[in-house]
Design a protein. Structure first.
Length: 288
């Protein structure tokens, strides 16, 4: 029997299986499995705005499987400004178009047309700079930030955001000092450590991690053993693709979502951010 539901989201509980209907798509997923998405994956959505919004929309609809912490939210809010400032800096540098003056050329019709085109180009460039600056100054002008806020607000409304406390910070500091993974690269930061301590305390389902962090890839066996010991559940793997994680959870991503992620990854590989993807070849090796 084929059921078509034209609604943003419908959830029905059938034993231990949740039924999600998103648009015209019917998806079953195992309610006993969660997905932890590293902050950098959310920030990757800025590399391709359209595809990022498609993926964020999917996560908003499927927020029941997403592990969201206050640390991830704060990291995103801090780092989005850094990402946008880098975009602005690169655009200003790469879009420079200097003028050229010469009495010999000034009487040429083609040269005068070229100067008009240069002025038009600079006007358009200034408008783009203003748009990026507006996104920096006002998150409501930033489409990715708006969709991320929707994800956060929905999670808060459903009491699905896990919060840091003094004990978690203490344990995260101890983890950093001892050298147990996951270890944040910055010697003064403990973001990864905090998120992991939150997971160990609160998550009582099998979990898969979406990220590109070496701390997860290089120490997967250690983390899986610790997760099993303290939660009684399994760490199912690490992947750099949201769609891979959804499939492992039991969700069948639509063609639009899969295409969006492929385009996003391709744009990253072809951009100045391609160094972030050096570890992509190891993804399948860490999926159990």
């Amino acid at each position: 029997m084929l059921i078509v539901v034209n609604s943003k989201e419908m959830i029905a509980h059938i034993y231990e299986v949740h039924l999600y209907c998103i648009g015209y798509c019917i998806i079953f997923y195992n309610s006993s499995m969660k997905i932890l998405i590293d902050t950098n994956i959310y920030l990757d959505f800025y590399r391709s705005n359209k595809e990022g919004i498609i993926l964020l929309s999917e996560l908003i609809a499927l927020d029941g499987v997403i592990i969201l912490t206050d640390q991830i939210i704060q990291e995103f809010e801090r780092s989005r400004e850094k990402v946008l400032r880098n975009v602005l800096k690169n655009f200003e540098q790469e879009s420079r178009l200097g003028g050229f003056t010469s009495s010999l050329l000034s009487d040429m019709e083609d040269f005068r047309e070229l100067e008009k085109a240069r002025k038009l180009y600079n006007n358009k460039k200034d408008k783009v700079i203003k748009l990026i600056t507006a996104m920096l100054d006002d998150p409501s002008e930033d489409k990715i930030a708006v969709f991320f806020k929707q994800l956060v607000n929905k999670a808060i409304a459903g009491n699905k955001v896990w919060y840091t406390d003094d004990e978690i910070i203490k344990n995260a500091h101890s983890r950093k000092l001892i050298g147990n993974p996951p270890t944040t690269i910055d010697k003064y930061s403990i973001g990864d450590e905090i998120n992991w301590e939150i997971v160990l305390r609160h998550i009582d389902e099998d979990t898969i991690i979406v990220g590109r962090d070496n701390a997860f890839y290089d120490n997967f066996s250690f983390l899986a053993k610790e997760f099993k010991k303290l939660t009684g559940h399994s760490l199912k793997g690490v992947t750099d693709r949201i769609t891979n994680a959804l499939k492992i959870v039991g969700i069948r991503p639509g063609d639009v979502v899969e295409t969006a992620e492929k385009l996003l990854m391709r744009s990253m590989e072809e951009s100045n951010y391609s160094e972030f993807w050096k570890r992509s070849a190891k993804v399948e090796e860490t999926i159990l």
